[in-house]
Design a protein around this ligand. Structure first.
Ligand code: SF4
Length: 336
C-alpha cells in the first residue's frame, strides 16, 4: 500500500515556535502538532507539511456540465479528482463527508502524481477537474500533477478562498474556474460558511482579470441568502466588476448536514432569481439541481436563438459555429 510522502507546504513563514500559513485568508498560526482549520496542513518540528498531499477521496469521469460549466467545452467529459478537507465550514455542505472530516480519518488512497497521470491517460479525455472538496488547499499536489501532465486542460471547482499570491500562480496553469459565491452578505459568510465575502469576490476579480474562464454558482438557501435585495446586489456586482457574459448558475439547496431543518429551494424561487438576473442584464443565467424546461439552455444574447439545448447532462449543440451563433454570427462567451 502506498503511503503519502511528507511534502513541505508552500506559502508559510516561521513565527517564533510556530508557523504562519499564508495559503488562504485564514492565515492559521500553527504550533507543532497542530493541524490547520482546513485539515490539510500540519505543523511538524521541521516544517509545515502539506498533510493531505495525494490523498484521493474521489475519482470519476463526469460530464463537464456537472461541475457545472456550461460555457467551457460543452458536451465534453472531464477526469475529476478530489481529496479531503476544506478551509470553509459551510453548515449546508453537501460533500461534508470529505470536506469536513479531519484529515486522516476519511478513507483515502494515496495516488502519486505519476499514478494519477497514468489513470488520466487511460481515460482518453483531455480535461482534468480538481473538485468535490476544496482544491486550493491541495496546492502542492495540484502543481505536481500539472507538472506530470502539462498538456491537459485544468479546471477548478472552488470556494475562492485563497490568498492572492498562490491564486496568481495557480491561474498560470488553470483554464477555468467555477467559483461559489455562497451569498452576498458578510454576515452569511461568517455565520454559515466560516469566511468573508470580500476575500471570495477578490479571487473572482483576480482570476477574471487574468483571463481564466469564470462561471459562478450561487446556491439559494430559503431564508438565508435568497432575498431579492441580495440577488440584485450580487448581479450588480457582476455587471460592474466582471461582465454581463459571465455565466451564473442559481442552484437548488436540499436539506443536509447541519441545515437539515431548512426546506428545499422552491422551483419558483430559482426561476425568480433567474428572471431578476436576466432582466438586470446578465446574458447567461441558469438554474441547477432541478429539471427545468428552459433554465439550462444557452441562448444567443444577440438574436435569442437556442444555441445549446440541455436535458439533464444531455447536451445538444444546436446552432454554434465555432464560438459564434450560426444564426446571427454573434460571438459567445464560450471556450471550445
Ligand atoms: S490553508 Fe489551511 S492551514 Fe493554511 S491558512 Fe488556510 S485554513 Fe489555515
Amino acid at each position: 500500500m502506498n503511503i503519502s510522502p511528507k511534502i513541505e507546504a508552500r506559502f508559510y513563514e516561521k513565527d517564533g515556535n510556530a508557523y504562519l500559513c499564508k495559503l488562504c485568508p485564514h492565515e492559521c498560526r500553527l504550533s507543532v502538532g497542530q493541524i490547520g482549520r482546513c485539515g490539510a496542513r500540519r505543523a511538524d518540528e521541521d516544517m509545515l507539511v502539506a498533510y493531505s498531499y495525494g490523498k484521493v477521496s474521489s475519482l470519476c469521469v463526469d460530464p463537464i456540465e456537472k461541475k457545472p460549466f456550461y460555457h467551457f467545452h460543452p458536451g465534453r467529459r472531464v477526469f475529476s479528482v478530489g481529496g479531503i478537507g476544506c478551509n470553509m465550514s459551510c453548515k449546508h455542505c453537501q460533500n461534508y463527508s470529505i470536506s469536513q472530516s479531519a484529515s486522516g480519518k476519511k478513507r483515502t488512497t494515496y495516488e502519486s502524481p505519476e499514478e494519477l497521470a497514468d489513470m488520466f491517460g487511460r481515460e482518453k479525455v483531455d480535461l482534468i477537474a480538481f473538485t468535490y472538496n476544496e482544491p486550493s488547499i491541495w496546492f502542492e499536489y495540484m502543481m505536481d500533477v500539472i507538472d506530470c501532465v502539462p498538456d491537459a486542460t485544468y479546471v477548478l471547482v472552488t470556494n475562492g478562498y485563497i490568498n492572492e499570491g498562490p491564486l496568481r500562480e495557480l491561474c498560470k496553469h488553470v483554464s477555468a474556474m467555477n467559483i461559489d459565491v455562497k451569498g452576498f452578505t458578510d454576515e452569511f459568510y461568517m455565520n454559515v460558511c466560516g469566511g468573508h465575502l470580500e476575500n471570495v469576490l477578490k479571487t473572482v476579480k483576480i482570476a477574471f482579470s487574468l483571463k481564466v474562464h469564470i462561471e459562478l454558482t450561487y446556491l439559494l438557501i430559503p431564508g438565508y441568502n435568497d432575498s431579492e435585495k441580495e440577488i440584485r446586489e450580487f448581479v450588480n456586482w457582476i455587471l460592474n466588476d466582471l461582465s454581463k457574459d459571465v455565466p451564473v448558475h442559481f442552484t437548488r439547496f436540499h436539506p443536509d448536514n447541519a441545515m437539515n431543518n431548512v426546506p428545499w429551494t422552491s422551483p419558483e424561487s430559482l426561476l425568480r432569481a433567474m428572471e431578476i438576473a436576466t432582466e438586470m442584464g446578465l446574458n447567461n443565467v441558469y438554474v441547477g439541481n432541478i429539471i427545468s424546461e428552459d433554465g439550462s439552455d444557452t441562448y444567443c444574447p444577440e438574436c435569442g436563438a437556442v444555441v445549446i439545448a440541455r436535458t439533464g447532462y444531455l447536451v445538444e449543440i444546436i446552432a454554434l459555429q465555432g464560438l459564434k451563433c450560426k444564426g446571427c454570427g454573434h460571438r459567445l462567451y464560450m471556450v471550445r
